[in-house]
Write a new protein. Sequence first.
Length: 588
Amino acid sequence: MRVTNKLLSNNFLSDMQRNLTNLSKIQTQMSSMKNFSKPSDDPINVQRAMQLQTSIDYNAQYAVNIKATQGWMQTTDTALVQLSTVLTNIRNNLEKGGGDGGYTQDERDKINDEVNQEVSQVAQLLNTNFKGEYVFGGTAGLSKPVGTSNYDITRTVVSDGFDISGWKTGTVTFNIMNSNGTTIDKTITLDTKDSSGNPPDTIDDVIKNLNAKIQSDTDFKDKINVVKTDDGNIKFLAVDSSETIKIDSTGISNLSGVNGQQLSSTDDYKNCVRIDYSDKDGNTLNYLPDVVSNGFNPSNWNDKKIDFTIKVPDPSNPPDGTMDKTVEISTMAITENTNIDDVVKDLNTKVQESDPDFKDKVNVVKTNDGNIKFLAIDSSDTIKIKSTEIGDMNIPVDGQQLSSMALENIGASKNIEVSQGVVLDYNATAVDVMKYGSGDNDDIRLLMDRIEHHMAGQVQSYTDTDGNKVTKDTKNAILGADGNYYIWKNDQEEATKQLTNQDLIDIDAASKQVLKVDSQIGAKEKRMDGLSDQNSSAKVDMTDILSKTEDIDISEKTIEYATMITIYQACLQTGARIMQPTLMDYIS
């Protein structure tokens, strides 16, 4: 092969271009401090670096999540500690109001004023807010989980709609307990005529007659006072709050429902505070037991009927009349491949397609323990399971009102991802805190209501004054959490016993529940601290690996750069000596 100056020149230029390219690459690496600037520079390490950067970004989000949950749980922990202190204060007031027999009802009312303030504090703590969300609000954290309302406790024995015709004849028998513990019964007989021989024509005549008879009896004198109420009824008051005086029996129709009632020395107790669960609009939510299957078994759900009743407007009785409407839903045919998610999806579809009055009224969900739960979407709807053929949902749910989605959300866990594939719940709910037992009445909000009534000298009774079971038609009947109706009756002696016995047991159980929830939050908080440390370590490790993958070694590159400069200059000098110009270079 003939070697010419042109060949030498071309080879030289090619080599110089390669050297310049390498030198440019090193200059780019030193200026950017990175080993590569485009995928073609190092495809394998570019891919590795991209994966590492993605992991670092995820890790940064996990760090944000962990920090947020730590702040959330610290706020929760503080609120629970304060709540425990408030319950301790209430317990001390129970001991004070119930343990000292020397306290009069007026003095217990003053203690009850303190209790009412503490009940308000309980509600305030359950509505603790952290960065715009209520920490005990479950997944409905943008609205307060509980609300409060004021109510009065009616303690006085009073007639119901005074009618003069019912007070012209009849008797009222009182039971009086003396200071030595003995009791006497005294009966007042209403006169058909007053001292002037005239029949009583007005309520004032009746009251004057009753007070005159009371003062004329040595056992009665200065013990009972009969007065007229602002709304025109007759009220009986004990003059001395330390005396136990009850109406034993009466034949007066206007005084029905007062047999066995103890006379109070004061009027109604005012401004008691009640705690209730609350929806986003501030409406009261009644806590109801879940309508849920018991150990889901697919074979028990094979082509079975569920009859619901829903209260709808009654067209025959407008405008406010209602009637119960029955809606029937059948479950799907179960095969060996059918799972609980298939059943839930099928039921929700049939709810939407079954009846216009039923659409958007019921939601069927799967519970965390693998059961099926039925919920009313709107808490104001009256929806019950009338009957069912499903073995998993037999007698316990028949006739039971569906709990609401709003209450379900208040009691729901909030979850957050703290590392790849690791999702943890980090909240405590108002339901978790307030439900201290398995019974329907084992709830702090109901306990507070009982304590306030007991402090006011009243006890809960599921029978009326005649010994009959209280129904919704009974005067002053209240629907209990267990589905039974009850009334509050004046009985200071029994109320005092409740304060020092069952109420103390319940307040201790409630305090233990708060401590239990606080302990669970503390354990989660400790785990989050560990995860935070792991997150920080992972960030350091991944950043170090990423740096080793994409960052240059500045010392190494400095030496390499100096070497390439030297090579380049040597090449220039060598080429200048070898390639001497000739005439042929100019004519070729």
